[in-house]
Design a protein around this ligand. Structure first.
Ligand code: 0A1
Ligand code: ZN
Length: 847
């Protein structure tokens, strides 16, 4: 494909760049950027190529002498200084360019958000700031001077000299340009201090707009918890005397790990009990951890090229998941992560966008910040840890940090440390990185003469460009239970490497197997199982994940049968009753077990089983089953609802949050019977956003939310983040038949600022989250999404391209729906002046 970049074309940069001096003279429409790059050729005769986009060149010279037009070539994508114009040996290249941050709506490079200057350089945004070798394997020390009449002027590293209207920053750690950051504006800090294990004193600052400073305490506490955890769990200490973290309202993603100057979407920083839900608190802590952990896995050791993105992202997600499990959630964290992977990543793997965690080609790298790179990348690290064992994993990581500190690395470097530490050959395991698709694992069992045998057969369905799939190395954690539910074989790790493989165990009676414990590999398990066996495992499995999983698959088969007209299965209703009566279980765990599989997940399961999902039938089945659960267990649910009330001041800790979660799950079911009495009362009394927003969502879902919704809006109209929630829930939770019209109505609302990515995602993402609403039979949901993608693309191609993934499931549905989606995607591809981002996505989506 035109403009495609291939991994196999990688060549090292022919120059060393050790020092970079940058001066910024800030002005909204005409910022000047002066750069001095100290370059040394690695060999002879190479010309010097620098990336650069949308830059107005003011001057260009080498060692104090201006270059002549014949000395270089400038194109739309960069600047090449001919070899003949370069001196022998080391030299300094000097450039001055002009850029317009106030015209930068793509939020990439240097841009403005509410009068504040800020940057986003990953992946290739630095080339919109100055001419530079904008690739992660070129690492340099940055010295930055910022000139601007603003109270706060920040960049990476340690603070240098400063005065009225200027400040200097020095970053002692060599880094690639994608980790550069600058922030300037009227900001206030919530500050703290941290002393590392080695005794380095670090100033911590959370910078926000004036007025937001009362919602920063939790972010600061989370940062301190992250710093402590990384010292304990990985032996990694912080390495600068200041850590700055800034919240901005206009940001395309969640947050960014710029060295010493993390920049965050404000929704992942600001929290108070009145404005943030338990889930918001949890995400804030997780993302603050994630960005902080990048300091070692990303910044100190970075990626050689963008194909290696999951080297830093998979590992850092794995680290943040472990952090959340350790400091907050315990075992239910694994359930949440596995559930996310299965709904979102399996869906990606099954559709036209499937790609390996380490892709081998791309057109626009921004389109590869995916669940496959992030979440599947984390699963692969988890499998390596299982194979190496806890102690082997720790030694491998120590070796990784020792061997590669200060380098730009590859997946091969990463696997090599595991090979060196464990003595294993990981060449087959490497397929997890280089091949796309989700392996399916068929399991059969036999029992004879005291021997129980499990036979596994693996196969991976084809993905775009990969018809044939070789067998993978799959770690399968297995335990065996007897008929009383006692463990007769505690968890064992089986290693499957062949297409078909059997494993035998000596046991006195035929056991009940518990397979793929803790979700030990990202595969689809296929096994004939009776509802009774699923109910048995839900009641007895000693592995928390598999216990939940048994209930999940029972719920799934019940719902799928119900879409075909069956009644709610008694085995399922009874199992739920047992669960509700079991007071030894954590409320958070019961809440996860009570949550029915989502509509999109059911559609996927129906499609995977060879059927065609009917979105309305799925929606109805879920409602009917919820009502049946409520009717069967009304008394128990009502008693739980009363007993779970959390009294006293709000705390986001796991225990009260777990209670609130289960209580809201009960409320949602009870609202099927009580006409909303309890939900309205909770909405009126709630002193925290978790309950207020929880009750509001339940009321809207029940079609009786108008009054509460109006009150909520009136109360929160001046709070940007809470209004995002309101836009989202209004569309995501509203009855499917009115979802598109509600979305259209809200798109006209004066508060719908579509240029703000959070608000855009709230409304448009709200519709795509309403499965039956988005898939409305008349295609109006598809047209709404396509219209908005086309409108947003010239303004913010990255966000438009990301949102287009809602079309990735189109092949699941009936012919008329498929046809309508194809037409919308074709309309997008034919739009004139389409960005590279959205054009690549829509072409891949069409397949
Ligand atoms: N590296 C960040 C995510 C990120 C990626 C790209 C961005 O802009 C295109 C922004 C942020 C992380 O993993 O948190
Ligand atoms: Zn990351």
């Amino acid at each position: 494909m035109d403009g495609t970049i291939y991994l196999s074309d990688y060549t090292p940069y022919p120059f060393d760049l050790d020092q970079v001096h940058l001066t910024f003279r800030l002005a909204p429409s005409a910022t000047r950027v002066l750069a001095r790059l100290h370059l040394t050729p690695k060999g002879e005769g190479a010309s010097l190529h620098l990336d650069g986009e949308d830059l107005k060149l003011i001057s260009l010279g080498i060692d104090g002498t201006a270059l002549q037009p014949a000395d270089y070539l400038m194109t739309e994508t960069g600047l090449t200084v001919h070899a003949a114009a370069l001196p022998e040996g080391a030299f300094t290249l000097e450039t001055e360019v002009e850029i317009a941050p106030n015209a930068n709506t793509a939020l990439e490079g240097l841009y403005m958000s509410n009068g504040m200057y800020c940057t986003q350089c990953e992946a290739e945004g630095f080339r919109k700031i100055t001419f530079y070798p904008d690739r992660p394997d070129v690492m340099a020390r940055f010295h930055v001077r910022i000139e601007g009449d603003l109270p706060v002027l920040l960049s990476n590293g340690n603070a240098g000299a400063s005065g009225q209207g200027w400040a200097e920053w020095d970053d002692p750690w060599p880094k690639p340009a994608y980790l550069f950051a600058l922030v300037a504006g009227d900001l206030v800090a919530t500050s703290g201090k941290f002393t590392t294990k080695s005794g380095l004193e670090v100033d911590l600052n959370i910078w926000v707009r004036p007025g937001d400073e009362d919602r920063c305490d939790f972010a600061l506490e989370s940062l301190v918890r992250s710093m402590v955890w990384d010292e304990e769990a990985y032996g990694r200490e912080y390495d600068l005397s200041v850590f700055n973290l800034v919240a901005v309202d206009d940001f395309n993603m969640g947050a960014m790990e710029n060295k010493g100057l993390n920049i965050f979407n404000s929704k992942l920083v600001l929290a108070s009990p009145e404005t943030a839900t338990d889930t918001d608190y949890m995400r804030i802590e997780a993302v603050i951890g994630h960005e902080y952990f990048h300091n070692w896995t990303g910044d100190r050791i970075t990626c050689r090229d963008w194909f290696q993105l999951c080297l830093k992202e998979g590992l850092t997600v794995f680290r943040d998941q472990s952090f959340t499990r350790d400091v907050r959630l315990g075992p239910v964290k694994r359930i949440e992560d596995a559930a996310t992977l299965r709904t979102r990543q399996f869906r990606e793997d099954q559709g036209p966008l499937a790609h390996p965690p380490r892709p081998n080609h791309y057109r626009e790298i921004n389109n590869f910040y995916t669940v496959t790179v992030y979440e599947k990348g984390a699963e692969i690290v988890g499998m390596l840890k299982r194979l190496a064992g806890d102690e082997g994993y720790r030694r491998a990581l120590d070796l990784y940090f020792d061997r590669h500190d200060g380098q730009a690395c590859t997946i091969e470097d990463w696997l090599k440390v595991f090979e060196d530490v464990t003595g294993r050959d990981l060449s087959q395991f490497a397929l997890w990185y280089t091949s796309a698709g989700t392996p399916h694992l068929k399991v059969t069992d036999t029992y004879a003469d005291g021997r129980y045998t499990l036979t596994f057969r693996q196969s991976t369905p084809p993905t775009p460009g990969e018809a044939e799939k070789a067998p993978r190395h799959i770690p399968i954690a297995v335990g065996l239970l007897d008929l009383q539910g006692r463990e007769v074989l505690s968890t064992q790790l089986l290693e499957m490497t062949e297409e078909e493989q059997s494993f035998s165990f000596d046991v006195a009676e035929k056991p009940v197997p518990s397979i793929l414990r803790d979700f030990s590999a990202p595969v689809v398990l296929q096994r004939e199982q009776s509802p009774e066996e699923q109910a048995f495992l839900l009641a007895h499995d000693t592995d928390g994940f598999n216990r939940w999983e048994a209930g999940r698959s029972l719920a799934q088969r019940t719902l799928i049968d119900m879409t075909k007209g069956a009644e709610p299965a008694p085995a399922y209703l009874e199992a739920i009753g047992n669960l509700l009566a079991d007071d030894t279980l954590e409320p958070a765990f019961i809440a996860h077990c009570l949550a029915l599989p989502g509509e999109d997940e059911l559609a996927q399961a129906i499609f995977a089983a060879g059927g065609t999902p009917d979105p309305d039938a799925i929606h109805r089945a879920r409602n009917t089953l919820s009502k049946a659960i409520a009717t069967t267990h009304e008394a128990r649910l009502a008693a739980l609802y009363d007993a779970l009330e959390v009294k006293g001041p709000y705390s986001p800790d796991a225990e009260p949050a777990g209670k609130r979660g289960l209580r809201l799950a009960c409320l949602s079911l009870l609202t099927k019977l009580d006409g909303g009495t309890r939900a309205k009362a909770l909405f009126d009394q709630a002193n925290n956003m978790t309950e207020s927003f929880g009750a509001l969502s339940i009321l809207i879902r029940a079609g009786i939310g108008q009054e509460a919704s109006q009150a909520f809006r009136n109360r929160w109209q001046d709070n940007r983040l809470v209004m995002d929630k309101w836009f989202m829930v209004e569309v995501a939770a509203c009855p499917p038949e009115s979802a598109v019209s509600r979305a259209r109505e809200l798109a006209q609302d004066s508060a719908f600022d579509w240029k703000n990515p959070n608000r855009f995602r709230a409304l448009v993402g709200g519709l795509t989250a309403n499965h039956a609403g988005f898939h409305a039979k008349d295609g109006s949901g598809y047209a709404f999404l396509a219209d908005w993608l086309i409108k947003l693309d010239p303004m913010n191609p990255q966000t438009a391209a990301r949102m287009s993934t809602s079309f990735e499931t189109w092949r699941r549905y009936d012919a008329p729906r498929q046809q309508m989606i194809r037409e919308e995607l074709t309309r997008i591809t034919q739009t004139r002046g389409l960005s590279r981002d959205l054009s690549e996505m829509s072409q891949r989506l069409l397949g």
